[in-house]
Design a protein around this ligand. Structure first.
Ligand code: C2O
Ligand code: CU
Ligand code: CU
Length: 517
């Protein structure tokens, strides 16, 4: 189950991974790039509905159809949009050939509604969800959560937006309707005939699975016509493992107004935003700076995986890396030279450099096609400050992100076990969770806690990014970093999980249970 190679040189945060020019070839642009329109998932605004997961085939890139999963026949999955205070009754029907269960990422729901892997239902079975949505307006999402199968099921298409609206947010008059764009960005691997592949070897379990093509709402490199108005982009990194840094091709600035758990206190002007798998950013972009007829592209730069890493293994960029591997505590680990050889052997005839390298790609083309119809003024304040005071915390808990030899990354030295309670949290407790990334090899881990929204207090490796200064449920913990988050456990008593949102890490057991008691 937990096979892996203990000495794999792993992925790096941005500082170490200064992508070389050759890495720009890392992502493949389809031949018909920017000829297909961007599509949006269909929206469900009902309170009582079905979500039916099915296996089917669809052409995503190239000519050959790929094996995919759909929800209600759609890829990406439908967007659920609901007003705060509403109740939902969702009948999930599993008609794929694997067990599955849905999780509402970022929502605070009772344990039996949360999609714990123990609740997975077999093919042909249903699961009934009934819960009330009572939390801040924001860009949440949902996806499958079965033990060891989350990666393949998200990869093949299951997962969509869960948008919560409330009066406080609506009073701001933010761009809506055709000026509100939910964008789920995911990297996928296509073979030469254009079929989606997901072959997980030991290396992928160790580092995560990286694809050669970036899809936006299920399509490679689409275009979208916009007017010279402000637009709201709800951006979700729905990749299995890829950390992406988003910006515009002309370097223009935009504003971030929200993170995982809804609006920030105020907008921040930025020119790029880095999101790890599972993270969201709510952005406002003013297209009035452009003239009708102009084009601007959104681009994404890989922040882990692939080319840069392989260069480093070849030893031509970072000598310290091999020293680190040589100087490890575990005698069983190979030295630098041997590991390089081992690594090449393991890569076999698959061209890892070509197929998974980092780099940057244009992912979406905005065509300025219409003059402005609406006036919008960026509000100076967005939401009231509402975080608890860290000095009032009941306790602080250390969570060590560790690397188990030959097995992969784990939490406090352990791999996930379905019913083992790893942390007990008294209901109502205000706690500081301190994630320390000790994985020895430089490997970032986006850590996600279910059933809560937290406030990131600090990261040892530097300043918080603007989108990290609001409510969050997923936070990137860089190599060697300690990140402290403050969170109050008000969810109903029962069993929930926290885990790395690199889905191969999660599937490989980098997940733990906590019980609210
Ligand atoms: Cu988005 Cu437990 O996951
Ligand atoms: Cu979650
Ligand atoms: Cu991880």
């Amino acid at each position: 189950k937990y096979l892996g190679l203990g000495s794999a040189v792993a992925t790096l945060p941005s500082a170490l991974l200064a992508c070389s020019s050759e890495a720009k070839e890392g992502f493949v642009l389809p031949q018909n790039a920017f000829t297909q329109p961007l599509v949006f998932p269909e929206e469900i605004r009902a309170n009582d509905f079905e979500l039916v997961a099915e296996s089917t085939q669809k052409t995503l890139a190239g000519d050959a159809p790929s094996d995919i999963y759909t929800l209600n026949g759609a890829l990406p999955s439908p967007t659920i949009r609901i007003k705060r205070g509403q109740s939902l009754n969702i009948n999930f029907q599993n008609r794929i050939t694997q067990e599955s269960i849905l999780h509402w990422h970022g929502l605070i729901v009772p344990p039996a509604m949360d999609g714990h892997p123990k609740d997975a239902v077999q093919p042909g079975q249903n699961y009934n969800y009934r819960f009330n949505v009572d939390q801040r307006a924001g860009t949440y999402w949902y996806h499958p959560h079965p033990d060891q199968l989350t990666g393949p099921q998200v990869y093949r298409g299951l997962g969509g937006f869960f948008i919560v609206e409330d009066d406080e947010e609506q009073a701001l008059g933010l761009p809506s309707g055709d000026r509100e764009l939910p964008l789920i960005v995911q990297d996928k691997q296509f073979n030469s005939s254009g079929q989606l592949t997901y072959n997980i070897g030991r290396m992928d379990r160790m580092m995560g699975f990286f694809g050669n093509t970036l899809l936006v709402n299920g399509r490679p490199a689409p275009y979208h016509k916009v007017s010279t108005n402000w637009h709201r982009l709800r951006l979700l990194n729905g990749s299995n493992a890829r950390i992406l840094d988003f910006s515009f091709s002309d370097g223009h600035a935009f504003h971030v107004i929200g993170g995982d758990g809804g609006l920030l206190e105020q907008p921040h002007e930025i020119s790029s935003v880095m999101l790890a798998p599972g993270e969201r950013a709510d952005l406002l972009v003013d297209f009035s700076r452009y003239e009708k007829g102009q084009k601007v592209r959104m681009q994404a730069e890989a922040q882990n995986g692939g080319g840069g890493m392989m260069d480093m293994m070849d030893g031509n960029r970072n000598g310290g890396m091999m020293d680190m591997m040589d100087g490890n505590r575990n005698g069983g680990m190979m030295n630098g030279r041997q590991s390089r050889r081992g690594m090449q052997g393991m890569m076999g005839d698959r061209d890892r450099r070509g197929s998974t390298s980092g780099g940057e790609a244009d992912i979406l083309e905005f065509r300025i096609a219409k003059e402005k119809q609406e006036e919008f003024e960026l509000p100076g304040r967005l939401a009231k400050r509402s975080y608890p005071d860290a000095s009032a915390a009941d306790r602080s808990r250390r969570i060590n992100l560790t690397m188990e030899m030959m097995q992969g990354p784990a939490i406090n030295g352990k791999f996930f076990e379905m019913m083992r309670v790893d942390q007990k949290v008294p209901q109502g407790a205000l706690e500081v969770w301190e994630f320390t990334n000790n994985t020895m090899m430089p490997m970032p881990h986006p850590m996600h806690i279910h059933a809560t929204q937290f406030n990131v207090l600090e990261r040892s490796g530097g300043e918080l990014s603007p989108h990290e200064r609001g409510w969050k449920d997923t936070v990137l913990v860089g190599a060697g970093e300690t990140v402290r988050v403050l969170t109050k456990f008000d969810a109903p008593k029962g069993l929930y999980v926290f885990h790395c949102h690199n889905l191969e890490h999660e599937d490989n057991g980098m997940m733990a249970n906590f019980e609210i008691t």
